[in-house]
Design a protein around this ligand. Structure first.
Ligand code: HAM
Length: 427
């Protein structure tokens, strides 16, 4: 038997109804904040992620699905391509490619699959889905303002409340400017030098390649050492500090609760200043329901001549759906009526009737004239239809149809012209 590849999964009904419910609610929220949708390819040049996300990150160094795309003709050059592990680099690539700075501030959102070769477990898949947004533009458009950071965080609080996620925690940090981080890195290396020998092998490697990543360590024995390391919060310069203070002041004034976590460094290299995660208890080890932050130098790193500060986030849609208390059954719209054609030749009038009722926005399931009445009733009950409607020769002649409300057993004969209204009103 052929099975879906490791770390991937099929989303089946009724769960897909829950996914659609989430996406519809999210689209409403984005509309209220004047965001517009962007769709970028699911694969990009490998170089985009190497330069955008960072060669030293786990994502780029070990989790990407990459292949060499041979040219189809002599003149075609081959190229290394990669299934996107995230979408921020792609959006910024599109921003540069299509000169989106000419439109001022861009507020863009996306919903789609991402790919990382991680060890699969609950809430962690190799194909997973993100709902993300990016606010990006030239500095003159206000893209660097702490007001944008606070607005994004307030949007997220609204969005999670709207889809019914209770008890989330917003963890907030500032990872500073590149020069803040350079000073912090030096201090970190100095502090690690005498202790790193007793840490895990991952940390020993991190201490050399990217000391900041030591804060990602989950090994219990290393935690007392990590607790004593210097924190980025002590290395913020005047302007980073003021920016972060302003973000917090706005959040307090609009009533979005947060906790400061100066160990939060995020797993991608493009972040500057504000960085955040929303966590949720129901998720277990993979408890980050979403993450994001500011990336003021990313456009330049990807070759833009103009600076384009930005901030964004991505929600793990799989994890969002896992944390919902809503059940799939409760968001599915059950059929309003099951039409049961009774006897030879009745498929035709039944099809006409179904077409009419569906034009009135009713959800209609259509049976088959080959079914006995008993089988039609069973089918109607099985799919949870509210009514069953019989289309037999007598009904067609009279142009009036027997409709039965399945829950109450109430049955009446209704003229064709009043059918839609009758069904609608009898819930
Ligand atoms: P990220 O933290 O790598 O950030 O991913 C964001 C979210 O995607 C995570 O919090 C998690 O919910 C979900 N996620 C990540 N990997 C997996 C996986 N293997 N299986 C299931 N869910 C997963 C980014 O991707 C950035 N692009 C976010 C961003 C946008 N920053 C600025 N703009």
């Amino acid at each position: 038997m052929i099975k879906s590849p490791r770390g991937t999964r099929d989303l089946l009904p009724p769960d897909t109804a829950l996914w659609n419910f989430v996406e519809a609610a999210v689209r409403d929220v984005f509309r209220a904040y004047n965001f517009q949708e962007i769709r970028t390819p699911i694969f990009e040049s490998t170089e985009l992620f190497a330069r955008g996300v960072g060669e030293e990150t786990d994502i780029v160094s070990k989790e990407m699905f990459t292949w060499e795309d041979r040219g189809r003709a002599e003149s075609d050059k081959g190229q290394s391509l990669t299934l996107r592990p995230e979408n921020t680099a792609g959006v910024v690539r599109a921003y540069i490619e299509h000169k989106l700075w000419e439109r001022g501030l861009n507020k863009l959102f996306y919903i789609g699959p991402q790919f990382r070769r991680e060890r699969p477990q609950k809430g962690r898949y190799r194909q997973f889905y993100q709902i993300g947004a990016e606010v990006i533009g030239p500095p003159s458009s206000g893209s660097e303002s702490p007001a944008r950071d606070a607005e994004i965080l307030e949007l997220l609080a609204t969005l999670l409340d709207r889809v019914g996620i209770a008890n989330w925690t917003l963890e907030l940090n500032s990872v500073g400017s590149p020069s803040d981080r350079a000073r912090f890195n030096d201090a970190l290396k100095k502090a690690l030098a005498p202790v790193v020998g007793s840490m895990c092998t991952d940390c020993q490697r991190r201490a050399v390649t990217n000391p900041l990543r030591v804060f990602d360590c989950k090994v219990p024995e290393d935690q007392p050492i990590i607790e004593k390391l210097p924190r980025i919060s002590h290395f913020l310069d005047e302007s980073s500090r003021a920016h972060f203070d302003q973000v917090q002041a706005i959040l307090k004034s609009v009533g979005v609760p947060f906790v400061l976590n100066d160990r939060l460094v995020r797993g991608l290299d493009y972040y500057t200043r504000t960085a955040f995660e929303f966590t949720h208890g129901a998720l277990g080890a993979q408890n980050a329901i979403l993450g994001g932050g500011r990336y003021d130098g990313l456009a330049e790193a990807l070759g833009s001549a103009q600076s384009a500060p930005g901030i964004g986030f991505a929600i793990g849609e799989d994890r969002l759906v896992l944390s919902l208390t809503e059940s799939a059954e409760s968001v599915i719209r059950k059929p309003d009526v099951y039409i049961a054609p009774l006897g030879a030749g009745m498929n035709l009038p039944a099809a006409r009737l179904a077409r009419e009722l569906r034009r009135h926005d009713l959800v209609v399931e259509l049976g088959d004239e080959a079914f006995k009445l008993k089988k039609s009733f069973e089918a109607a009950v099985k799919i949870g239809s509210r009514h069953i409607l019989i289309v037999g020769e007598n009904e067609v002649k009279a142009d009036a149809f027997a409709v039965k409300h399945l829950a109450s057993g109430e049955q009446v004969t209704v003229p064709r012209s009043e059918l839609a209204m009758w069904i609608e009103q009898h819930n």
